[in-house]
Design a protein around this ligand. Sequence first.
Ligand SMILES: Nc1ncnc2c1ncn2[C@@H]1O[C@H](COP(=O)(O)OP(=O)(O)OP(=O)(O)O)[C@@H](O)[C@H]1O
Ligand SMILES: [Mg+2]
Length: 380
Amino acid sequence: MKLKNRLIISFLIITLVPVLIFTTLMMGLKGFVQEATENQLTNEFIHSVKNYMDDSGRFDELVISFCVAELVILFLTAVIMVVWIYRGIAPQLKTLKLAANNVKEGNLDFSVASTGKDEMSELCNAFEDMRVRLKNNAKDRLEDEAEQRALISNIAHDLKTPITAIKGYAEGMLDGVADTPEKQEKYIRTIYNKANEMNTLINELTLYSNIDTNKIPYNFQKLNLHAYFSDCIEELGMDLDNQHIRLDYANFVDPDVLIIADAEQLGRIIHNIVSNSVKYMRADVPSRIAITIKDVGDFVQIEIADNGKGIATKDLPYVFDRFYRADASRNSAAGGSGIGLSIVKKIVEDHGGKIWVTSKENEGTTMYFVIRKYTEVVYE
Ligand SMILES: Nc1ncnc2c1ncn2[C@@H]1O[C@H](COP(=O)(O)OP(=O)(O)OP(=O)(O)O)[C@@H](O)[C@H]1O
Ligand SMILES: [Mg+2]
């Protein structure tokens, strides 16, 4: 039922019910006095009522003026009430109707927030919350869609580059361009390297999509920080030594400190960061990487610093975004698809940690991340 109809019915009820009750009462009183007279009851009160009512002109006059007065008062009260109620809710109802139409048409740029304390204001505020949620969802969906499109175009691009090379070298061989065994070996090696590149990219993509959809079952364990990093640095040191890169290592954490981590994924974090340091080295200075581990209360902080090309200030906030590469041309000799650091960030966050970076162009980059220490809970 429409609110307007409801109000009209309420108005009629407010007006008519008391009049009916009053009339019934008067009729009842008249009947009572009549009955008392017929039965010759003598009582001072009944006598005075009877005398008054016997003067029927006066009684009818009284009844009529009573009715009129009551009718007028009730009518005015009811009108005032109805207008008051209607005015209280009508503007907000109008706003809500407009808002609902806007939502229906997909327009979410409006506000129905209200500062009032009544039910209609609460309703408006609930509607406003819903609108904000819808708007955020729509924004997230658009961003997701844009990301998906970027993802597909980036994958297509990154796969196309090695495929073009493979095709070119294979054609070269078929056409007999590689006419010496040395040339043939060079062509085959290039094809092999390009296929490897594709393989790495596909593996990274699979890993990223698994991490992103929480399909990687982490194998969290208590790890002794010193023991873990001693092994890790030994392996890394040999690798970097072969590439003539100096590795400095300093661990300021107590030797018995434990962390909770997945050893394999922690290794992936370090490998990805260090491989960036190697990839973005400068040719004009002897390359150097320094790994420093500090105790910062409940966490251990791992810092991996290099003296490479550095990252421009404008690119710094985005390096952890998937597919972001400071060298936007995507054709850099350094290669890479811009997934590495987004994988690192996800793994660090899944460990309950945080990652950040500082960098200066032509001076170097430092990656920082923290991992929570393991603390024994003693129940007494
Ligand atoms: N140590 C560093 N020195 C200079 N630039 C860096 C360093 N680490 C990251 N960057 C910049 O941040 C970008 C993102 O790094 P990320 O590891 O995510 O991608 P990538 O190395 O380009 O590709 P991928 O790691 O997927 O092979 C890089 O393209 C590079 O521009
Ligand atoms: Mg990388």
